[in-house]
Write a protein that binds this ligand. Structure first.
Ligand code: DC
Length: 226
């Protein structure tokens, strides 16, 4: 089978992980949720009572943390299953600070690149096409209006039993977009060779089919060249 790397980047709550999970299932690729790694580290800092805006204190903890992504989207941090905790608003509201620290990014990016070394992967995040996997075969930049994204994330949280209000989620999404796209190191931005996919008026299945069509065209091209 042709080895493929797919990068899906875009702003918060654009539906990247929903699409990436489905595409991974259909194509038999390994799905790597890089946001879950930043979230797991944020959860750890909060557990230790560290202020997430204190860069030095957070960076000092990076060597003490072991983050594992397991099948079925289970996230383990130092042996504990934190899959649910990392989606809570207290983590969401702090994770962009953590993700803006260069030393934390360098450590997590190293892990991400290792994961993509052997298998065909679909990786979602903010800097996959621009920094983590600059040679990815397919790069998608997935967007949707901020209002659409806030409603989608609100409904997702409620369905998972995570208490929140739409106003809180809207404010959180806007704040994270701002911090993620204005940080100095590897900010959120579309790679020049990415395909822009506005999902505001598309169903999940339509987006999935679009991404699969782009991947299949790439595979055909790669196989012809081989
Ligand atoms: O995709 P997500 O909402 O779970 O990501 C959580 C935060 O992590 C997001 O606000 C930005 C950051 N992030 C990042 O900076 N780089 C990545 N590759 C993935 C996520």
């Amino acid at each position: 089978m042709t080895k493929i790397a797919v990068a899906i980047d875009g702003p918060a709550a654009a539906g990247k992980s929903t699409v990436a999970k489905k595409v991974a299932e259909i194509k038999g690729y390994t799905y790597i949720d890089t946001g879950a790694m930043y979230r797991a580290f944020t959860w750890y800092c909060l557990e230790k009572g560290i202020d997430c805006q204190d860069e030095a204190a957070c960076v000092a903890l990076i060597t003490k943390v072991n983050i594992e992504l397991k099948p079925n989207h289970v996230v383990i941090c130092n042996g504990k299953d934190v899959s649910r905790e990392i989606r809570e608003p207290r983590v969401s509201s702090q994770v962009s600070y953590i993700a803006s620290y260069k030393d934390i990014r360098l450590a997590l990016v190293e892990l991400q690149r290792k994961m993509a070394d052997t298998d065909s992967v679909i990786m979602d995040g903010r800097d996959i096409g621009t920094y983590v996997l600059p040679n990815a075969d397919v790069k998608i930049f997935q967007i949707a209006s901020v209002e659409t994204r806030a409603v989608r994330r609100y409904e997702e949280n409620i369905s998972k039993g995570i208490q929140c209000t739409l106003e809180e989620i809207d404010a959180d999404v806007r704040k994270r977009d701002y911090i993620d796209s204005h940080r100095e190191f590897a900010p959120l931005k579309a790679a020049p060779d990415s395909v822009l996919l506005d999902t505001s008026y598309m169903t999940v299945d339509e987006v999935v089919q679009n991404v699969i069509d782009i991947i299949d065209a790439k595979i055909e091209e790669k196989e012809k060249r081989a």
